[in-house]
Write a protein that binds this ligand. Sequence first.
Ligand code: GTP
Ligand code: ZN
Length: 198
Amino acid sequence: MQLKRVAEAKLPTPWGDFLMVGFEEIATGQDHLGLIYGDISGPEPVLARIHSECLTGDALFSLRCDCGFQLEASLTHIAEEGRGILLYHRQEGRGIGLLNKIRAYALQDKGADTVEANHELGFAADERDFTLCADMFKLLGIDAIRLLTNNPQKVEILAEAGINIIERVPIIVGRNPENARYLDTKASKMGHLLDDTH
Ligand SMILES: Nc1nc2c(ncn2[C@@H]2O[C@H](COP(=O)(O)OP(=O)(O)OP(=O)(O)O)[C@@H](O)[C@H]2O)c(=O)[nH]1
Ligand SMILES: [Zn+2]
């Protein structure tokens, strides 16, 4: 287990009251969050979203990506279901951090795509560690989930880490002229399933 469960409190939102659970990575002290809605106990698979931190999209209304739209859509979907979990996974910029993401955006402004920009900076296209998310699910007592994602690799990695994924639930929102190329690159180079017909 790479994390410990540290503190929890109510988080009232426009979608209703969530229980906010704070986790700490034992090795680094980095914090992460789980937002729980409704009663997640019992054998019925829980609707779950792993949202990777994107300060620009989540808090600053950026149209360069789809993160802010996905965050809002996830909370809406979970509240409509009456039960679910959103893990707020604090690995900004697919794990390269905010400042390197800004560097990557600068390269994209000069013509690189999101994958090429990461490579030019010396990073893999995706540096995230999803085994931390598997640990958070385990600490929350979750056995089986229905995962909101368009990223089949995420499903594979979590399954390898011991999470029972009953279903992948697509979350295709927020396409706009500013992020169209970025989303097309995610589909063509990173295998994201961004076509509703999948
Ligand atoms: N390095 C880098 N990170 C980015 C860029 N745009 C968004 N991100 C980060 O990408 C992460 C979100 O990953 P996404 O590729 O949107 O989606 P995903 O989590 O793999 O898949 P979904 O579950 O379908 O959303 C967040 O941490 C963002 O900060 C970019 O151009 N470069
Ligand atoms: Zn984003």
